[in-house]
Ligand binder design. Structure first.
Ligand code: PRP
Ligand code: MN
Ligand code: MG
Length: 181
């Protein structure tokens, strides 16, 4: 396997820190949604890892659905144009939806998704994002469950990619600028 030490600047969040945080948020979500018909919606592809680990940290049976959207393509900047690549299979009417995302960067993806989901008649729509970059926000997105606030740097790993690479890294790391500039 290729050694990626030269491709990253530093590790930002370790695998262990991620898992501790997921357990903490899962306990909170389990409490908040007790007795409610909860549906987890993961946003492909970045949210795959956080969905897999978070849903299992919940420790009870919960339905999951997926939506694939993309606004970045192969670049490092959001285009702001959100494309649906795969829609949900579920009907959201009357459901309590928790969107599971890897990161809120500009906020454009989630603000678009929130508006889209609210028009489908969900009983409630909330957001769990593992990461947020407060300095990169272009629109305000209310995120009820947040893992970590991080600096405005291009991060990879644990689902996050640069041109489809690095998603399977276990930690979250800063991509070295020479990899994309
Ligand atoms: C990334 C990330 C979030 C979104 C955040 O997805 O996974 O979904 O960008 O950026 P924003 O807040 O500026 O909109 P991307 O579009 O790269 O697709 P991917 O999940 O398939 O990598
Ligand atoms: Mn994404
Ligand atoms: Mg991406």
């Amino acid at each position: 396997a290729a050694d990626i030490q030269s491709e990253i600047t530093n590790v930002l969040v370790t695998e262990e820190q991620i898992h501790d945080k997921l357990r903490e948020i899962a306990a909170q979500v389990a409490d908040d949604y007790e007795g409610k018909d909860l549906l987890l919606v993961g946003i492909l592809k970045g949210a795959v890892m956080v969905m897999a680990d978070f849903s299992r940290a919940l420790r009870y049976v919960v339905p999951m659905d997926w939506m694939a959207v993309s606004s970045y393509g192969t670049g490092t900047k959001s285009s702001g144009v959100v494309q649906i690549r795969k829609d949900l299979d579920s009907d959201l009417t009357g459901r309590h939806v928790l969107i599971v995302e890897d990161i809120i960067d500009s906020g454009l993806t989630l603000s678009w998704l929130l508006e889209n989901f609210e028009s489908r008649g969900a009983a409630s729509v909330e957001v769990f994002a593992l990461l947020r970059k407060p300095e990169a926000a272009k629109v305000d997105v209310y995120c009820k469950y947040l893992g970590f606030e991080i600096p405005n740097e291009f991060v990879i790993g644990y689902g996050l990619d640069y041109a489809e690479r690095y998603r399977n890294l276990r930690d979250i790391a800063v991509l070295a600028p020479h990899m994309y500039s």
